[in-house]
Structure formats: C-alpha cells, structure tokens
Design a protein. Structure first.
Ligand code: SAM
Length: 259
C-alpha cells in the first residue's frame, strides 16, 4: 500500500497571494473572503482620530486582522520595519506615532501594493516612510538596525514562518520588539485545508497551530510578553467560516522582545 502526502504548491501560492492583494490595492471596494477598509479598522480598535491623519487610500485597502500598535508603542528616533506593508496603513500610523524623527520601512512582494503605498506617501508628504520590494522571509534591511518589527495579517501567508521570525530577529537590535497581528488556529488544520492555495491566500489555510506559532517565535530568540485574541475579527465566506469554527482559527495580537 502506498500513501500519498499532499503538498502545498508554494509557487502557486505566491501567484495567488500576489493576484489577490493586487486586487485589494486596485479595487478595494470589491468583495473578498475577508473584510477590508475603514469599518474593519475601526472595529478592530484603530482610533478614528489617528486614521483621520493618514491617507484614505491606505485605509480603503487595509486588509489586516487586528490592532497591535498600542503594543508596539513606537517612539521618536526609532526605526520600524513593517513586514507585508500592503498599501501602507500601519506604516503611516507607525510614522505618526514616532513623529517627527522615526523612520519606517515597509516591505511587500506585490508591485501594485508597493506602488500605491509609495504614491500615497509622496502625495501626503510622509518623508520618513519608504517602501521596498521584497520578501518577509528575507527583508531587504541590514542586520541589527531596526527597533521594532511590525506586521499585520501577513505571516500566516508565509509557507516558512520560522524563516520570517528568524529574519525579524536578525533585523532587530538586541532588546528590540516584534509587535504583530496574525491568524492562528487552536487545532492543527488538516491537509485538505493547508494544501489549498486559495484558502491560504484568504488567510486561513496557512494558520499555524497557536502553540507551534509561539514556539517558532521563541526559537527565533524572542520572549513573548503579551498575547491576546482579537474577537472582533471575522471571516466572511461560508467556507472560511466553517474552517474557522471547526479548527478554532482566530486572530491574535502579540508583543515579543528579542533576547
Ligand atoms: C493580508 S495583506 C495585509 C497588508 C497590510 N499589512 C494590511 O494590514 O493591510 C498581506 C500582504 O502581505 C504581502 N505578502 C504576503 N506574503 C508575502 C511575502 N512572503 N513576502 C512579502 N510580502 C508578502 C501581500 O502582498 C499583501 O500586501
């Protein structure tokens, strides 16, 4: 008897993720498997008064899963790295929090997201925010140059999460922070879900079991200081909702410190 192990096609996944988030950048009013935009941001806890001070175009393409900038507590003079910066909402808010002297580098692999974020930064005069093309598994920044790594709704999309946490640790100075929101699951997801590139691209298929997720962060050299569930986040399609209920797929925010 032979057994076959299904595998996720990572090339297909990258293409699907790029296509999906290209649409989020270009057609933010379309319906996706997940919510987007200002109503989502406000429900997750983003202060409306802060959102009023950044480009509306970044908010309309917001596709994050939780609020975590209170945990990041960004200060002036700090350098911030936003992994999977999308159209730039968290990057702009981080720049605002660390005004006037902090510096923010957003990294994303999807051209249309980058182009939109760059255009918005130029138009709104956010001179201390720059966006770089790249992968979160090997972000284009020098080692030990960053004070705080942030990320929202992105690491679940990576087929190599330990590489992402290791890259974050490398980028950070000793004592630096990792503050993020992401999707995890209470139970290990079955192959039928984890090998489905379309469920990955919708932020479900790549959800790592939460104890494994914590272990991967700790193995990269972090100590987790805060871990909280974001009950306000919900998936919108029936298929997504079923997986969510059955396997306890949920949004979390966390703060971890590099040892
Ligand atoms: C769910 S969206 C979140 C974007 C943004 N953080 C926000 O909250 O709106 C995921 C983003 O991560 C990017 N992304 C996904 N996997 C990536 C990878 N391995 N390397 C770089 N960017 C990635 C996508 O292009 C997309 O812009």
């Amino acid at each position: 008897m032979t057994t076959t192990t299904k595998r996720l096609d990572t090339g297909e996944l990258e293409e699907r993720v790029k296509r999906m988030y290209e649409e989020v950048a270009l057609e933010p009013d379309r319906e996706f498997h997940f919510e987007t935009g200002r109503p989502l941001a406000e429900r997750l806890g983003y202060p409306a008064a802060r959102l009023d001070r950044i480009p509306a175009g970044a908010i309309e393409s917001f596709a994050g899963v939780g609020y975590f900038l209170d945990l990041a507590a960004i200060e002036p003079e700090e350098t911030v790295l936003d992994l999977g910066s999308g159209s730039g909402m968290d990057s702009f808010l981080a720049a605002l929090a660390g005004k006037p002297s902090c510096r923010v580098i957003g990294v994303d692999m999807t051209d249309k997201q980058l182009a939109k974020a760059e255009r918005l930064a130029g138009e709104a005069g956010f001179a201390n925010v720059e966006f770089r093309q790249g992968y979160i598994e090997r972000p284009p920044v020098d080692d030990a140059t960053v004070d705080c790594v942030i990320s929202n709704g992105v690491i679940n999309l990576s087929p190599d999460k330990p590489a992402v946490f290791a890259a974050a640790a490398r980028a950070l100075r000793p004592g630096g922070r990792l503050a993020l929101a992401d999707i995890v699951s209470a139970k290990q997801l079955p192959e039928g879900v984890t090998c489905d590139a379309s469920l990955w691209a919708a932020c479900i298929g790549g959800a790592m079991q939460s104890d494994d997720y914590r272990s991967a962060i700790e193995a990269a050299g972090f100590e987790i200081e805060t871990w909280r569930e974001n009950s306000a986040y919900r998936f919108v399609s029936d298929r997504a909702d079923n997986a969510t209920q059955k396997y306890g797929v949920t949004s979390i925010s966390l703060l971890a410190r590099r040892r």
